[in-house]
Ligand binder design. Structure first.
Ligand SMILES: [Zn+2]
Length: 331
């Protein structure tokens, strides 16, 4: 991919001859609307299919529209901030694709990842020329073939999930919404709620003792209505939660992050994000809460994903002697 406004004839030639796919330009929906790039299909489009708009040609300076230099001119026109709907005719030889407004946070797909990468590079309005790579046998290149292609062409490979993680690290954050105290059988805890900047989900933190600037045990729990509220014995959620609260009471210090507390209805997720990514968004919120509480060092939680997210968000993770003891078969 390349920034559309600086696309060259040589690059289009490379896309067509070496990559072999369709020359497409990904744009955010609002920009596509401003240029009059309506969706090619308005009904019956599969959830995983890209939102291609009707193909276009630059109105001025092109002949048949199909040559590399003509297509590069059209791509550049799509990327120029001054372009308007009168600068294009339809149909043409370049295929605009409408990317969801919130990029990979809305859909883990290549148009959204391409637009987000353009945003990382500070390009506005974000528009990038992209093309799916065809393998020698005519099929769409799989991960292996892509890696081989990138090696021979000396190009970097960026996975869509990498773009997602990078955006999460740049933009994740939580907004405190309430602060109170909560009496429990294990004593009184400070209870604070937070709303995620990424998806509006509300999370809860129970805090015991002075955790600011200290090395603290952080207990991360995901909401389980059956286990936590109703005492279902089909899972061990309730006993693990009780054990965390008990440990915090014994230590007289600690943080318990209760993810997706369900204190109020969260905005509906797009549904396009796999459960794995939803989990990562929640772990990131746990790390954000720990940072807001000014905890600088945490004892390893024993969950590699949570510990990795704490590290990624600049929270120092200390080896936990208690976990090592448990792994050796201790209490
Ligand atoms: Zn459970």
């Amino acid at each position: 991919m390349t920034a559309a406004h600086s696309c060259t004839e040589a690059f289009v030639n490379f896309l067509v001859r070496r990559a072999g796919g369709l020359v497409s330009v990904a744009l955010p929906e609002a920009r596509a609307d401003a240029l009059g790039l309506d969706a090619m299909v308005t009904a019956g489009r599969g959830r995983r299919e890209s939102a291609f708009a009707i193909s276009v040609e630059a109105r001025d300076g092109v002949s048949t529209g199909i040559s590399a230099s003509d297509r590069a001119r059209t791509v550049r026109a799509l990327g120029r901030a001054e372009s308007g709907r009168l600068d294009f005719t339809q149909p043409g030889h370049v295929f605009p694709v409408r990317a969801n407004t919130r990029g990979v946070f809305d859909a883990l797909a290549w148009p959204e990842a391409a637009v987000d990468l353009a945003r990382f590079a500070g390009l506005s309005p974000a528009a990038v020329a992209v093309c799916q790579v065809m393998a020698k046998d005519g099929n769409t290149a799989d991960r292996r073939a892509l890696a081989r292609f990138a090696r021979t062409q000396k190009m970097p490979v960026v996975a869509i999930s990498d773009v997602f993680t990078e955006r999460l690290c740049r933009e994740s954050g939580v907004q405190p919404t309430s602060d109170t105290t909560m009496p429990t059988p294990w004593g009184i805890f400070r209870a604070s709620s937070y709303v995620s900047a990424i998806d509006g989900t509300e999370h809860l933190a129970l805090v015991r003792g002075d955790v600011s600037g200290a090395a603290v045990s952080v207990h991360v729990h995901q909401r389980c209505l059956a286990g936590h509220a109703l005492g279902s014995m089909a899972c061990d959620c309730r006993s693990r939660l009780d054990r965390s609260l008990e440990m915090m009471a014994i230590d007289e210090c600690g943080v318990l992050v209760y993810l997706d507390a369900g204190l109020r209805a969260a905005p509906a997720a797009s549904g396009a994000r796999p459960a794995r990514m939803e989990t990562v968004v929640r772990w990131a919120a746990a790390a954000d809460i720990v940072r807001v509480l000014n905890v600088e060092r945490v004892w390893a939680t024993g969950d590699a994903g949570v510990d990795a997210m704490f590290s990624a968000f600049g929270v120092e993770v200390l080896p936990n002697p208690q976990l090592t003891h448990e792994r050796r078969g201790g209490a």
